[in-house]
Each structure stands twice: as structure tokens, then as C-alpha cells.
Design a protein around this ligand. Structure first.
Ligand code: ACO
Length: 170
């Protein structure tokens, strides 16, 4: 797919429906992202406060051929001291837009954006060991598999293992 067909941009008030769907519709969030119902009004409150972007992270809307098809997120995480931080990223596409190459491109664009706008050295992402689509999309986006984090997320009644991936600035 042509890279330019997938665009990341800040959310507007007209985009909040996608965050609201992800908060209350398991299918919209995706089975591996679903941790129960969340406050459907939270995105609008955060949007009014900061446009969904702060110094420690943010959310962008994913567009494919100018249609809103999902969201990406990044959050600052620390390893030991305040100076040792990196970005942890995530993605959620609406069901009808999965499996078309959008997730690969969106995550590639997000990494380029984060490396291009700050001195961060590492961008990481973890996903359920059973989330083969995301593992493949991360690898196609340039992430390298690092290892398994045992029993780190609770989903569908039991603790799940996650796989950690990263891209390091070169
Ligand atoms: C770090 C995190 O955010 S973890 C949570 C990730 N988000 C979710 O799980 C939410 C629901 N799912 C989605 O939003 C999307 O499906 C994503 C983001 C996981 C992947 O994005 P997509 O656009 O669907 O993926 P894309 O089409 O770019 O590539 C998927 C690859 O996985 C492969 N794939 C898809 N399903 C499977 C599967 N069940 N088993 C193995 N491979 C699979 C595809 O064939 C493709 O590889 P290929 O091009 O070599 O054939």
C-alpha cells in the first residue's frame, strides 16, 4: 500500500465517536485490547482539557483514504530513573479496516513521528502472545521481538503473557 494513504493526525471534536466506540464496544477495541467497559465520556473530557496530547503521551486518529479507521497512542514509561524513559505505543483499528496493511503503516508512521519530534532512543510496544496480527504488523513496521513478559495482563478470566517489541534509534 502507498504510505501516503495512511495518515496520523490530532483528533477533532468530530472524531470523538471512535474513542467512545472503543470504550464501550469490545469489537471496536479488539479482543486483545478489551479490559471491560470504560467511561464513555472520558475521551471528551480529556479532549476538552488537552486535545488528547500531553508532554507524557497522546492519541492520534488514524485515517485511511481520508476515512477515520482507528487510533494510535503513545505513553512515556520509565526504567529506573526520571532520565531513563521511552515511548510505549499502541493501536486499535475498527474491525472493518483490519487486515489491509493499515496497522503496519500507522505504526511505522507513529515511530517516525516520535523519533522525529524528540530525542527518544527507544519506542516499545507489547502485545498478547496470541495477538499474531499485531506481532506481524509490528515486525513489518520495523519492531524487533525482545521477549515474553509473563502474566502481565488480565483478560477473559486469566492472566496473559505478553511479547515485548521495540525499535531503537539508529
Ligand atoms: C501494541 C498494541 O497496541 S497491542 C493491541 C493491538 N490492537 C489490537 O489488537 C486491536 C484490534 N486489531 C487491530 O487494530 C489490527 O488488526 C492490528 C493493529 C493488530 C494490526 O493491524 P492490521 O492493519 O490489521 O494489520 P496489517 O494488515 O498491517 O498486517 C497484519 C499481518 O498479520 C497477519 N495476520 C493477520 N491475522 C493473523 C493471524 N491470526 N495469524 C497470523 N498472522 C495474521 C496478516 O496476514 C499480515 O501479515 P502479512 O502482510 O505478512 O500477510
Amino acid at each position: 500500500m502507498d504510505d501516503a494513504r495512511v495518515v496520523l493526525r490530532p483528533a477533532t471534536a468530530e472524531d470523538l465517536w471512535v474513542f467512545e466506540r472503543q470504550a464501550v464496544e469490545p469489537d471496536a477495541a479488539g479482543v486483545f485490547n478489551w479490559s471491560g467497559f470504560r467511561d464513555v465520556r472520558a475521551a471528551r473530557r480529556r479532549f476538552e482539557e488537552n486535545g488528547l496530547i500531553t508532554a507524557d503521551g497522546g492519541c492520534l486518529v488514524v485515517e485511511h483514504d481520508r476515512a477515520v479507521v482507528g487510533t494510535v497512542v503513545w505513553n512515556r514509561v520509565w526504567y529506573g530513573t526520571a532520565a531513563w524513559w521511552c515511548w510505549n505505543v499502541g493501536i486499535s483499528l475498527l474491525p472493518e479496516y483490519r487486515g489491509k496493511g493499515v496497522g503496519t503503516l500507522a505504526q511505522r508512521h507513529l515511530v517516525a513521528y516520535l523519533f522525529g519530534t524528540g530525542p527518544v532512543q527507544r519506542v516499545e510496544a507489547y502485545t498478547d502472545v496470541e495477538n499474531l496480527a499485531e506481532q506481524r504488523a509490528l515486525e513489518k513496521a520495523g519492531f524487533v521481538r525482545e521477549g515474553v513478559l509473563r502474566a502481565t495482563q488480565f483478560r477473559e478470566g486469566r492472566w496473559r503473557d505478553m511479547v515485548m517489541y521495540s525499535v531503537v534509534r539508529r
